[in-house]
Design a protein. Sequence first.
Length: 450
Amino acid sequence: MDHQTLAKIVDDAGRQGLNRRSFLRLGAAGAGSLLLTPASARAATKTRSSARIVIAGAGAAGLAAASHLAACLEGASITLVDARKEHFYQPGFTLVAAGIKPMSYVVSATRDYLPAGVELIEEAVAEFDPEGNKLVTASGKPVPYDYLIVATGLKLDYAAIAGMEVEQIGNNGLGSIYHSPAKAEATWRAMSNFADTGGVGVFLRPGTEMKCAGAPLKYTFITDDYLRRRGNRGKAELVYNANNKALFSVPIVHEKVRMLFEDRGVKVNYERILESVDIGRKLAVFKTPIGPVELQYDFINVIPPMRAPDPVRNSPLRWQEGGWANDGWIEVDKHNLRHKRFANVFALGDVAGVPKGKTAASVKWQVPVAVDHLLASIEGRESSAHYGGYTSCPLITRLGQAMLVEFDYKDNLVPSFPGVIAPLEELWISWVMKTMALKPTYISMLRGRA
């Protein structure tokens, strides 16, 4: 689907009760909460401080936090630590894997968003030493801090799937949208070939916490729609394998997706976790309560287990017990993102061990809260800033339509545009927000402007 097609979708807005001008006004005001402004941590006047603030990770959360802090503080030392020079717009990976956007759409440079006065150390973090108030880079360089923000993202643990070879993504029916921009594009080619021929398509999500938990569902819907558009849906069987007894963590959304899958002939298996793939034989083996189950496929979208990066998992920062301990998520208070044992440490984004919040929209609301609590510590005051678990999922259900699902820690739906965008309705405007409006707002978020 090219930009002319998308423009036509916008021009057809009247059928949904909104004309182009109304849409543009809505886009300027906000799109799916990413465009809304939470209570800002930025002060009218800057606070003078000599504090050393280190941010591990220069992805969405790290850059946004650096921008907010740079706007609030004068005299402080703010340092980002991250080896990757490229910045990936990860919410766009699904669009690349769907043939809607080119690979270049999701790739830019980290330094493009570096705030003035913020230092960037282009090295990976090798070790966290919260007792010594420092981290150590891959070259052995110690970086001391007074305050630490951990925003390292997560680790895609492909090695946990026996037989998985990431080099083969795009070949022989093997797809995986998460790996990288190049592999998202390769997944598009593999899925497109499948849509041309039909066969058995296998979809799944891992048994761990994951970023953008709606992505595996989106890609199932997208594949179904391509098959229909090419006249091959009758030649295909689509099988979605849920890791537990639900398709989505929010019960009302689970039921809506279940109904849509039933309507579109997508078979659902519950309590199945991918253990291995035989790429040559096109065979997937799933762990189930009754033992291993084999599934032959013509196309498979592999979503790997996701865990905290090894330096976090091997550090005192991780949860020490409970459901998040094994995968190493950072032990923070879910409402202020402050570490429960190291008061000068915060965690943001994917690496934070909280019940929700592994989306870019969550980062948008987490960063001002954590920054305000950090500033409060510097200024000797108490902060009342509170993160309620806001998470947003623009859930594509077919090309040209999506549901804008927004929810919180309590699984309440929290729509940003009540009366305009119904959260469980398949709408063109939710699609346009996902494909056109959210990236500019994401970039504004990185710069601390949204």
